[in-house]
Design a protein around this ligand. Structure first.
Ligand code: NAP
Length: 168
């Protein structure tokens, strides 16, 4: 059985890692859709699809997890067509994990088994709060896997966010 989870992963953090481990307790493999793949270099979506791909693959491999498929998924300007768009880009899947009401609705209408899985420790393990900590010069490194820290340092990601904030 294969599951799908779609998120923006801006950036991939410890909460996402726990969710993926939980999904793999119930499924033999997981497809991780990197949502809004066309966006980068904004305060909400600072990292490119390629950078997010690297963050996720390096973090999972470091934990010995190999049964995953990473698929960048660009948004489309029609919600009713989005599920078909996802299906066209991914291997077949049996279940969809999401807490996003729109994503839930769209997959339910296509008769998928849609499940929810709560992210833990939302105070610290949240993309929004991690990006804010980066901007405020606070410690964010404990909220993401070590490999994510490595990728963000390599691309000078914190300075990128600060430059974007100045532009705003
Ligand atoms: P998202 O926009 O990445 O996340 C929305 C919020 O939900 C974020 O604060 C996120 O936190 C949080 N979240 C994510 N997973 C969660 C969980 N398991 N429990 C609690 N909160 C959670 O939305 P998404 O649902 O993760 O990703 C959906 C993707 O599908 C987006 O890229 C969206 O653009 C795309 N989509 C596209 C279309 C279209 O093109 N027409 C239609 C539907 C959806 P974190 O930031 O910490 O992850």
């Amino acid at each position: 059985m294969r599951a799908l989870i779609v998120g923006r992963f801006q950036p991939f953090h410890n909460g996402h890692m726990e969710v993926i481990k939980k999904i793999l307790e119930e499924h033999s493999s997981v497809i991780i859709g990197i949502g809004s793949a066309q966006y980068s270099h904004t305060l909400r979506d600072p990292f490119t699809a390629g950078e997010r791909h690297l963050m996720i693959s390096m973090s999972l491999e470091e934990k010995g997890i190999v049964n995953f498929y990473l698929v960048p998924i660009e948004d489309v300007n029609s919600n009713p067509l989005w599920v078909a768009h996802v299906e066209a880009l991914t291997p077949r899947f049996d279940s969809v994990y999401t807490n996003n009401p729109l994503v839930r609705r769209l997959f339910l209408e296509k008769k998928y088994d849609v499940r929810s899985v709560e992210l833990m420790n939302r105070t610290d393990w949240s993309g929004t709060s991690i990006r804010k900590k980066m901007l405020d010069g606070k410690r964010w490194e404990d909220d993401v896997p070590e490999q994510v820290v490595r990728v963000i340092r390599e691309i000078d990601g914190v300075q990128r966010l600060r430059d974007l904030a100045m532009q705003d």
